[in-house]
Design a protein around this ligand. Structure first.
Ligand code: GDP
Ligand code: IMO
Ligand code: MG
Length: 425
């Protein structure tokens, strides 16, 4: 934790690395937690005291004693989904209205954005991205093309603004030949209720609020959504999301200068998963892949979709560490590999011309992973409380990763619960 600085926590793979759990664990050290990009495409899972929560738009710092949580300008927010999420939390005894602040500059996901998401996917036919269907792409498209509707717009003359945006979207859908509007009226009604509900929250100039927090010597933890390989610039384009998930996204998504960034926590799984379409060099199509999926419960937190599973890809991780300036790594789900005889990690790619590289190339569709094998530790680590208990084989695996990735692994997660977290000395 750095006073007067912003520490950034983000995913290094294709999302679902376990970011939500770690934000919850780290929050007590910070004054403020802030989301800087993405929207309800995210599903961040937290488990503690026998309860399990999945957060989509609300930052994962909301459970740790009265800390202010901010939804930043870089986020896209769906009022109906936000209302559902917030009301569920309030019902389970977690009041939000005082401590959750929403940026006026965050963009609104309209019901028609979600239909456009479906329509664009349908038009892509077999080149579908496999989006979460939450309207993320169309909302960010409207933002960048200067057509967006923002949270601040609800404060004045909202009905007319909404009607104009809806009409424009309807024209676009007509041009696409889209005719399926089943359930639209009901969704729109809920969405408009969501707008009214949002008015009960602090709608703020979050860039001022955040910089004032920093000026007063307090600390902020930024929570990334998705992962670096889903970044719109650096990910496996076009099979990506529509925001900058990398560390720089925290600067644009919250309004902070790059010189204010302190630690960059890179979250990685001890293996790798991906949900949706697109290249995944270390994907396993065999029994081992299925076993990882079963042991790791690798099913989407939002969509319930099967996650594709494979070995840890160190070429990909080195790239992610580079573009984010990661200062420390946090390794998740090591326990999932507890029973394996052999663990593999990809240390290079073989290219079509037969050469090998450790630098992530422009295209990763046709690369063949070169693996290094490690002896499995064959030990149930889920109840460990100190790194001294780690078996030698696991220590050797961790040491290799740290050397290859040239970055220390500071925290090791050995189960989904808040308590199953080993902070290394
Ligand atoms: P996020 O999107 O990065 O926050 O990650 P998700 O919540 O989508 O997916 C991570 C899943 O792994 C969740 O179901 C977590 O409860 C679970 N999880 C997190 N850390 C661990 C761990 O160390 N071991 C195990 N077995 N599960 C974990
Ligand atoms: P968290 O924050 C995993 C994937 C989708 C799809 C692509 C584009 O929980 O790690 P979008 O709806 O964003 O336009 O979909 O990105 N995707 C995620 N995959 N975890 C996520 O979030 C994701 N958010 C989007 O599956 O392939
Ligand atoms: Mg997730």
């Amino acid at each position: 934790m750095n006073t007067g600085k912003v520490d950034v926590l983000l995913g290094l793979q294709w999302g679902d690395e376990g970011k939500g759990k770690v934000v919850d664990v780290l929050t007590p050290k910070y004054d403020v937690v802030a989301r800087f990009q993405g929207g309800p495409n995210a599903g961040h899972t937290l488990e503690f005291e026998g309860e399990k929560y999945v957060l989509r738009s609300i930052p994962s710092g909301i459970f740790q004693g009265g800390k202010v949580n901010i939804i930043g300008n870089g986020v896209v927010l769906a009022p109906d989904l936000f209302m559902g999420e917030a009301q569920d939390l309030e019902k389970s005894g977690h009041p939000l209205k005082e401590r959750l602040h929403i940026s006026k500059k965050a963009h609104l996901i309209m019901p028609t954005h979600r239909i456009l998401d479906r329509a664009y996917e349908a038009a892509k036919d077999k080149n579908k991205v496999g989006t979460t269907g939450k309207g993320i792409g169309p909302t960010y498209t409207d933002k960048v093309s200067r057509n967006g509707l923002r949270v601040g717009d609800i404060l004045e003359n909202f009905d007319a603004k909404y009607a104009a945006h809806k009409e424009r979207h309807m024209q676009m859908l007509k041009a696409l030949g889209w005719t399926d509007f089943e359930g639209f009226e009901e969704t729109e009604k809920k969405w408009l209720e969501g707008i009214e509900y949002m008015r009960q929250f602090h709608i703020v100039d979050s860039e001022h609020e955040i910089n004032n927090v920093l000026r007063s010597g307090k600390s902020i933890l930024c929570e990334g959504a998705q992962g670096t390989m889903l970044d719109v610039d650096f990910g496996s384009y076009p099979f990506v999301t529509s925001s900058n998930t990398v560390c720089a996204g925290a600067c644009t998504g919250l309004g902070i200068g790059p010189n204010k960034i302190g630690n960059v926590y890179g979250i990685m799984k001890a293996y790798c998963t991906r949900v949706g379409a697109g290249p995944f060099p270390t994907e396993l199509f065999d029994e081992t892949g299925k076993l990882i999926r079963d042991l790791g419960h690798e099913y989407g937190a939002v969509t319930g979709r099967e996650r594709r599973c494979g070995w840890c890809d160190l070429v990909q991780l080195r790239y992610s560490i580079m573009v984010n300036g990661v200062t420390e790594l946090i390794m998740m789900k090591s326990d999932v590999l507890d029973g394996f005889d052999t663990i593999k990690a990809c240390v290079a790619y073989k290219l079509a011309d037969g050469s090998e590289t450790t630098e992530l190339p422009y295209e990763i569709d046709n690369v063949t992973p070169v693996y290094k094998e490690f002896k499995g530790w064959k030990t149930d680590m889920t109840k460990f409380t100190s790194e001294d208990q780690f078996p030698e084989e696991f220590k050797a695996y961790v040491k290799f990763l740290e050397e290859f990735l040239e970055t220390p692994i500071k925290v090791i997660s050995i189960g989904p619960d808040r308590a199953q977290t080993i902070v290394r000395k």
